[in-house]
Design a protein around this ligand. Structure first.
Ligand code: HEC
Length: 135
């Protein structure tokens, strides 16, 4: 008889403990988020997403995949490595867009990045925005 009374009480205690634990972690995650998040309006974020999609399409229409993969180094660095090296600032986006058009070497090794003289600057910028969004 005693057992029957204790069983629900135990379950209760376990559940309380679990809830308390979960709540604590959630709070930590929230605090961390608040620290790392840079204030940006929600509308801007959605724009970045659609712009990144366009860059991906533009890259698919070029020969980039011969030398670049999203997460694996092929002949050139992976897009993930490039995104880790360069924060998505206007200056970096401009420099990298120029590099797509003009080509060049030296930032990752001796193998040169192929020039793409036929790519319009705006397209190169879209491509870079996509590359820098690869995490
Ligand atoms: C023939 C192979 C090849 C092709 C094709 C190629 N890349 Fe590259 N890419 C490279 C190499 C090699 C590097 C590293 C260059 C260096 O060390 O500075 C590179 C570097 C880059 C970088 C980083 C530049 C830097 O200075 O850090 C970006 C961005 C990039 N490529 C984008 C592209 C895009 C977009 C395309 C398609 C339009 C493309 N690549 C096509 C070989 C290639």
């Amino acid at each position: 008889m005693k057992k029957l009374i204790w069983a629900p009480a135990m379950i209760c205690a376990v559940m309380v403990a679990l809830t308390a634990c979960g709540g604590g972690e959630e709070k930590k995650a929230e605090e961390k988020k608040a620290e790392t998040e840079t204030p940006a309006p929600a509308a801007d974020n959605s724009m970045v997403v659609s712009v990144a999609g366009k860059g991906k399409e533009l890259i698919a229409g070029q020969d980039c995949a011969t030398c670049h993969k999203e997460t694996e180094k092929v002949i050139g660095p992976s897009f993930k490595e490039i995104a880790a090296k360069y924060p998505a600032t206007d200056a970096n986006i401009t420099t990298l867009a120029d590099k797509i058009i003009k080509g060049g070497s030296g930032n990752w090794g001796e193998i040169p990045m192929a020039p793409h003289a036929g790519v319009p600057k705006e397209d190169a910028v879209e491509m870079v925005k996509y590359i820098l969004s690869v995490k």
